[in-house]
Write a protein that binds this ligand. Structure first.
Ligand SMILES: CC(C)(COP(=O)(O)OP(=O)(O)OC[C@H]1O[C@@H](n2cnc3c(N)ncnc32)[C@H](O)[C@@H]1OP(=O)(O)O)[C@@H](O)C(=O)NCCC(=O)NCCS
Length: 176
């Protein structure tokens, strides 16, 4: 499925094998890599593609973020499918050249709409590093609310466990 902003400035399309080299190149940019896990080409290539896990408990849908036909980033919507804890989450990165231009915000809004309207979720979470101010600002602009700090939540690219900030979004929070 292709998702597009009203003015078509941001278009999301499914990730294909042929996209992986460019996406991996963006992921290795210092400005992106420092906000991601430790680099592992094989693991990262698998993560960049869509897929379901073996026991059917989780589904991941991944998109290439494009603007003006150029590949400029990646965004994923993952879904926990257990009926009692059904919810979705998002991960993304954008090449340093295009950061800070509102593209992240637009891509997040498109994937949230997709997860609410097409996949029928009622709650979406996101969990940036607690010091990733740019990401947190972009998520709050979309409507995400702070839930709280998760201490020593995630191992960063420096190999150290850092605090994470959990935010969540309900359909009524989503800014248009
Ligand atoms: C996080 C990311 C996806 C956001 O996308 P983006 O297109 O850069 O974000 P936007 O331009 O939509 O919004 C960024 C907001 O942060 C603000 N901002 C930029 N630098 C900032 C900083 N150092 N501190 C606080 N806010 C900052 C911008 O002004 C903007 O807010 P505004 O629209 O109110 O002015 C992108 O920057 C990125 O890929 N970063 C590297 C990888 C990463 O951190 N991924 C997220 C992991 S959870």
């Amino acid at each position: 499925m292709t998702l597009s902003s009203k003015d078509s400035r941001v278009v999301l399309r499914p990730v294909e094998e042929a996209d992986l080299d460019v996406l991996l190149e963006i992921l290795r940019e210092p400005e992106v890599a420092r906000h991601w896990s430790q680099p592992d080409d094989e693991f990262d290539r698998t993560e960049l593609l869509s897929g379901d896990d073996a026991d059917g408990a989780e589904r991941v849908t991944t998109f290439v973020i494009t603007s003006g036909g150029e590949t400029i980033g990646w965004i994923a919507g993952w879904e926990k499918l257990h009926p009692d804890y059904r919810h979705a989450g998002i991960d993304l990165f954008i090449t340093a050249r295009h950061q800070g231009r509102g593209i992240g915000r637009e891509a997040i809004r498109l994937v949230c709409r997709f997860l609410f309207d097409v996949r029928g979720h009622h709650r979406i979470t996101i969990d940036p590093a607690a010091d990733n101010d740019r990401a947190i600002r972009a998520y709050e602009r979309v409507g995400f609310k702070r839930v709280g700090v998760m201490r020593r939540y995630e191992r960063g690219s420096d190999g150290i466990f850092h605090d994470g900030l959990l935010l969540d979004l309900l359909p009524e929070d989503l800014a248009e």
